[in-house]
Design a protein around this ligand. Sequence first.
Ligand code: NAG
Ligand code: NAG
Ligand code: NAG
Ligand code: NAG
Length: 319
Amino acid sequence: MILSPSLFFTQKKCLLLVTALLVFSAILGTAAVARAGAPPPATISSSSSSSSPSPIPSEPPAHDGQNKTDPPPAEPEEYKYFQEAGGGAELTHYDARFFRGKVPYATHRAVLAHLIRSYTTTFRTSLRLETWLAHGTLLGWWWNGRIMPWDFDVDAQVSGETLRVMAARHNGSLHEYTYRNETTGLDEIRVFLLDVNAFGTRVGRGTGANAIDARWIDVETGMYVDITALMERDRGGKPGVVSCKNFHDYTPAAIWPLRETKFEGVTALVPREFEKVLVDEYGAKSLEVTEWEGHHWDAKLKEWIKNETTNENKTEGVL
Ligand SMILES: *[C@@H]1O[C@H](CO)[C@@H](O)[C@H](O)[C@H]1NC(C)=O
Ligand SMILES: *[C@@H]1O[C@H](CO)[C@@H](O)[C@H](O)[C@H]1NC(C)=O
Ligand SMILES: *[C@@H]1O[C@H](CO)[C@@H](O)[C@H](O)[C@H]1NC(C)=O
Ligand SMILES: *[C@@H]1O[C@H](CO)[C@@H](O)[C@H](O)[C@H]1NC(C)=O
């Protein structure tokens, strides 16, 4: 049989893909160990060229012929899905599977900036899913459109519907993000994993160990974006109010329609009433205080500057 060029090309492409997957599963070897039985990440997409989404898993088979008195299958017992490198203030910012040592203060902000840039850009252009800045990341945006230098993680929110699409179509997917290294002038590629908590789409808060619904993880360092979904969780008690599993309540009018803005130099979205959201969560002082966590606000530079004295009696990185 003679292989047609197109068929040959497809086989070659398949081979390349398989090789790429093998390389990635080698990189992610620890992931497979940490979560026994988990299949390797399914899709690799690039933020510059959009990929077709993987098919939605088929519905579970219907049980027409079965005994109607059988009890429904029990929901799997809840365990803590995301495992951090450690419980302390420092190691809790890293996914255990990809942790290769603490990222020092001097470079952590660049790592976080790549996290949030790759995340907002991939969601906007490749996945076409709506997500917006939340918590301390939103506060950093309010001050100067940047991650605050004492932050060691990044927070974003999505709607409950978006989380369900992430779970059904994009869970376990790897995404390449290309950026220009300003020091060398060369393009560098980083890879990020979109990991949806097995208990993420549940409406109830469960044991409280799974308040983070999904993560966008830098596989090089283990640092991540925490993603939480807003949905109506207490229809009887607080009708119309949306919240995450950490009891942050919002009226939909405070969130939607979202505003388009820039964060760390790329297009991002923030809640409609961002100041109300920030004051509700952190108090009015959060928009006034110019001394914070060993840093002071330089109004001329529009930048938080680390106090000279901070390192004297403090271990680096401890918050
Ligand atoms: C259906 O349920 C009844 C009552 O629990 C039980 O006696 C019977 O064995 C069940 N049949 C099947 C096929 O499971
Ligand atoms: C840019 O390249 C230099 C030299 O290879 C490297 O030390 C630095 O970490 C890179 N910067 C970023 C943000 O990746
Ligand atoms: C996402 O994928 C992981 C690894 O396969 C799996 O353990 C987890 O249950 C999945 N999450 C959802 C919401 O299906
Ligand atoms: C650091 O600790 C020393 C000794 O306890 C103390 O004298 C000094 O004032 C401290 N410096 C700062 C900036 O807190």
